[in-house]
Design a protein around this ligand. Structure first.
Ligand code: CTP
Ligand code: MG
Length: 226
């Protein structure tokens, strides 16, 4: 039987956040941002291990007490220069069985719900390719010209926003990222192999905390659930 594992890339700096402290460690609703995603993933019964890919220079992660998360948590100090590199390195070091499922989830998405995590696993566990949580685009899309004037309106039909977790067989994902690492998500590397990952509808609360204002929004969402 294939197992399910989570892999959380957390080796970025958070340049767009503009803070000294890497954004995954910024305080959010009473704990470091990364703790929210790790708690959700560790609480999921199907998931056996939660690998956290950290920068080789990271001194922050081990300064927190993670004992409440049990023994699923496994930090790996093998982060790379890009997200794709961090995920690829994490897959190599974790030595998963090629047929095991791996759910790659950004440390910067603290509002993932247990319900959407279960939905993703349930919809994909018998899938040949794997897939991702995503939401159909809501806004009208404008393409800008060089003067920041609207050149045209892009049709929004069939467009989705990619989120994480992104769930693939460990062997396939590792192979895909080795072949093609100039990608901003895992699905893109799988697509480059000519495969078509499934879009599993999640919801917009699972957004990626990127800019300073996003912290407050994530806090409101998390506090509203309590
Ligand atoms: N990430 C990583 N290794 C990198 C770059 C990013 O593991 N070299 C991780 C981040 O820590 C984050 C996730 O990938 O959890 C999504 O990336 P992003 O939101 O872009 O985070 P940062 O790269 O840290 O932010 P920025 O792009 O603003 O610098
Ligand atoms: Mg980045």
């Amino acid at each position: 039987m294939s197992e399910f594992h989570a892999l959380v890339p957390a080796a970025g700096f958070g340049a767009r956040m503009g803070n000294q402290l890497p954004k995954q460690y910024l305080p959010l609703a009473g704990k470091p941002m990364i703790a929210h995603a790790l708690e959700t993933l560790c609480a999921c019964e199907e998931i056996s291990t939660v690998f956290v890919v950290l920068s080789p220079d990271d001194t922050q992660f081990t300064s927190y007490d993670w004992s409440h998360l049990g023994d699923k948590l496994q930090p790996l100090f093998c982060g790379g220069n890009t997200r794709a590199e961090s995920v690829a390195n994490g897959l190599l070091v974790s030595e998963l069985e090629p047929d095991d499922w791996v759910l790659v989830h950004d440390a910067a998405r603290p509002c993932l719900t247990q319900a959407n995590l279960h939905k993703l696993i349930t919809e994909l566990r018998d899938d040949a390719v794997g897939g991702i949580l995503a939401v159909p685009l809501a806004d009208t899309l404008k393409r800008a010209d060089a003067h920041q004037r609207i050149e045209c309106t892009e049709p929004r039909e069939k467009l989705w926003q990619a989120q994480t977790p992104q769930m693939f067989r460990a062997g396939l994902l590792s192979q895909a990222l080795t072949k093609c690492n100039a990608v901003t998500d895992d699905a893109s590397a799988i697509e480059a192999l000519g495969l078509q990952p499934k879009l599993v509808a999640g919801d917009t609360t699972n957004f990626k905390v990127t800019y300073p204002n996003d912290i407050r929004l994530a806090e409101l969402i998390l506090k509203d659930r309590k």
